[in-house]
Design a protein around this ligand. Structure first.
Ligand SMILES: [Zn+2]
Ligand SMILES: [Zn+2]
Length: 273
């Protein structure tokens, strides 16, 4: 599989001089298997850039997994060019909520918040709800989902194709309440773990639903993953700060002697899994 980061920032877009290298767009990752089937992880503002790169390809079949419905994970939907193409299909998947997913997604685009309603988008739109603990085929991908600890219903996903596995666990806090962290089981022996690394121990805010870099490292080591990507960067984190976090995290991983590689997610970066 190949992946590309279109947005790595958490909470809110952060354009500006301090974030040029790691990027200011919010959560969005492109995944391709050996058949080149497009799977998108989250629809933050990075999704707009992906839509531009697709450059009018039509018809297009896009599968898009939403971890949850916070703004930084859905705001790109109305700015994703393929949604204005009646020949294309967008299949959106997200966690089951207290109200139907279609209704909740539609709220953010309702008048007067946005001029086009979700149901008014020209694309053929399918919306599917995913239960925690489920496993399903999405295109060529086998996708397993687990509920994670966050202030809104949220899922982490394990994606398998071509004999490889990627786990996407953003917006997740270690439960700390004696319960096991569900991401460890989901990520067992994965080739790649994309994990929330919003906080450091020094600025951790309990109950906000995010992990520290130390927690991300701990999960990766317990799950025995090969590569860890620190993701969902705090909006206050500058490029220089992220450089330092990357060096320190790799140093901490090396001290454990498991051969874990740590990468700080950077907008535009491509990886082969
Ligand atoms: Zn977020
Ligand atoms: Zn969130």
């Amino acid at each position: 599989m190949k992946i590309r980061f279109w947005g790595t920032r958490g909470s809110i877009p952060t354009p500006g001089q301090r974030t040029v290298r790691y990027g200011g767009n919010t959560a969005c990752v492109e995944v391709r298997d050996s058949t080149d089937h497009l799977l998108v992880l989250d629809a933050g503002t990075g999704l707009r850039e992906l839509g531009i790169k697709l450059n009018g390809t039509s018809p297009l079949m896009v599968d898009l997994l939403l971890s949850h419905l916070h703004w930084d994970h859905i705001q790109g939907i109305p700015f994703f060019r393929p949604v204005y193409d009646p020949k294309s299909t967008l299949r959106l998947y997200g966690p089951t909520q207290h109200r139907p997913l279609r209704e909740l997604l539609g709220l953010g685009m309702d008048d007067p918040f946005f001029p086009v309603d979700l149901d008014g988008l020209p694309v053929h739109l399918e919306i599917h709800e995913i239960e925690s603990g489920s496993k399903r085929k999405i295109g060529p991908y086998e996708v397993s989902a687990t509920t994670i600890f966050h202030p809104a219903p949220a899922l982490a996903y394990r994606i398998e194709a071509d004999g490889r596995s990627i786990v996407y666990a953003t917006d997740t806090e270690d439960p700390f309440s004696g319960q096991p962290n569900p991401v460890i089981e989901l990520a067992k022996n994965a080739d790649l773990l994309i994990h929330d690394g919003q906080f450091l121990d020094s600025d951790f805010k309990a109950g906000w639903g995010h992990s520290t870099v130390a927690t991300a490292l701990d999960v990766a080591q317990r799950a025995k993953v090969k590569r860890l990507i620190l993701y969902h960067h705090d909006p206050d984190r500058s490029d220089d700060a992220l450089d330092r976090i990357g060096v320190e995290a790799q140093h901490a991983a090396d001290a454990q002697g498991q051969g874990l590689e740590v990468i700080v997610a950077r907008e535009g970066a491509e990886l082969t899994v």
